[in-house]
Design a protein around this ligand. Sequence first.
Ligand SMILES: [Zn+2]
Length: 79
Amino acid sequence: MGKIIFWLVVFFVVLLMLRLVNVASSRSRSRSTGKRKTVEAAMTRCVDCGIYLPSADATTSARGPLCGDPQCVARRSDT
Ligand SMILES: [Zn+2]
């Protein structure tokens, strides 16, 4: 009888450990997806050529964010 209780305890300890590993891995997974979301939020779109670029690289104008692409700058000065 004592042997059965011992194996039951071992079984539940193993289940508990598997659960802890699952929680830890899912927590790190959600952290990485959160990171990806902030990267997407940091992207902006040039109002002239419509290219997507990091908002840190974009220059803001009265019309909206602008890229530093030479072709786009040339097009901008033409009009
Ligand atoms: Zn542009």
